[in-house]
Design a protein around this ligand. Structure first.
Ligand SMILES: *Cc1c(COP(=O)(O)O)cnc(C)c1O
Length: 359
């Protein structure tokens, strides 16, 4: 049955081992982030087998899924809970990234009822302009956050790269360490400085990670072996952790220029088309409903992705040595966005080859 997403746990486990090893040399603990695989429990298990102790996810549904599957780990919620889900969060998680005092207060009230404690990592915005209090004026808010008992301020953190592609440079992360030091001088018990995600790994490779940063929350590098912000494959990791397979339903020779007049496609996009004369075009039973088409990386030589709509993707196979026909299966690597869409699509079969599991 196609489309099929192959997930190779052995590759992911090996990536995790290598990253845990690199991070340990910098006294950095790794939080293995499972959101790109929708909290898939067998992926969490692979992380844990590699020595990862904390599992991070942005959604309580995913964390609940892993707990119900028997995954025994520290669970970190890496997106602030909604006020409407605070009571659920209070019973499911062990630590949380927060950026509003009102959320922390609600969490604290909820935790007081149950007597549980949760570690709170308060987020600082160092220029990415997504979550966190602005680094130049965060001290008062942080001191307020340090007053709660049950939602206990244990650390500060930042997230760079994912939103506007702002690079986590040593000077930016040094600011985070400085803020933590000031907080400690004011009497707060700060033990965690959660400095980054996949985009921050290069600082460990270069050896320029500021001292004091002691936690990374990583998803992409573990599963894909890539760093989309740095636009690179991480050289010491495997890029074979996932593969998408789709079936061809049509192969025909056609001109490469569509007829005119032309306006926008089904997604409102103005598509640019190169005129390369007559080409051999194959259609895959795969579309935007299954995967982010722009994030497909053909694993077959001479194959180029042209364009996709909801359920059809057209690839140019003119340069391929193979004669493609309906029923043939084509293989693709995936970008972070493409993997996110594929794992989230109910139309894509998830196949864990080395565990013999199909979902
Ligand atoms: C998604 C996310 C991560 C993990 O990012 P990767 O690029 O997959 O390593 C870490 N922290 C936060 C806050 C996130 O939202």
């Amino acid at each position: 049955m196609y489309p099929k997403l192959i997930i190779r746990l052995n590759e992911i486990r090996e990536n995790a081992k290598k990253l845990v090893d690199l991070a340990s040399r910098f006294n950095v603990e790794m939080v293995g982030v499972t959101k790109v695989v929708c909290g898939e429990p067998v992926v969490a298990s692979a992380f844990i087998e590699a020595g990862i102790k904390k599992i991070g996810d942005s959604r309580l549904d995913n964390i609940e899924r892993m707990k119900n599957a028997g995954i025994n780990a520290h669970f970190q919620l890496i997106r602030s809970p909604m006020l409407s889900e605070v009571s659920r969060a209070a019973s499911l998680i062990d630590s949380v990234l927060v950026s509003e005092l009102s959320v922390m207060a609600a969490l604290d009230r909820e935790l007081e009822k149950s007597g549980r404690k949760i570690e709170v990592i308060y987020m600082i915005d160092l220029g990415e302009l997504r979550e966190g209090c602005w680094h130049e004026e965060c001290m008062e808010e942080l001191l307020q956050a340090a007053r709660f008992k049950h939602a206990h301020l244990t650390g500060i953190g930042t997230n760079l790269g994912c939103f506007y592609g702002v690079l986590p440079t040593p000077d930016k992360l040094k600011k985070l360490v400085d803020i933590a030091n000031t907080l400690k001088e004011e009497g707060a018990e700060i033990s965690i400085i959660s400095g980054g995600n996949t985009a921050t790994i290069y600082l460990m490779e270069e050896g320029t990670l500021p001292e004091g940063i002691n936690q990374f929350r990583v998803g992409e590098a573990l599963i894909l072996g890539t760093d989309v912000t740095g636009q690179r494959e991480i050289s010491f990791l495997s890029q074979n952790g996932v593969e998408l397979q789709a079936e061809i339903i049509e192969v025909k020779k056609k001109p490469s220029r569509p007829a005119s007049p032309r306006k926008h496609d089904a997604f409102g996009r103005d598509v640019e088309v190169e005129d390369l004369g007559t080409r051999i075009r194959a259609i895959l039973a795969l579309g935007e409903q299954d995967v982010m088409v722009a994030g497909l990386k053909p694993l077959e030589k001479g194959v180029r992705v042209l364009h996709g709509s909801s359920d059809h993707i057209v690839v140019d196979v003119t340069e391929s040595a193979r004669e493609w026909k309906p029923g043939d299966v084509m293989r693709f690597g995936l970008s972070y966005g493409a993997l996110l869409r594929a794992t989230t699509s109910p139309y894509v079969r998830k196949v864990f080859e080395d565990a013999g599991i199909i979902r």
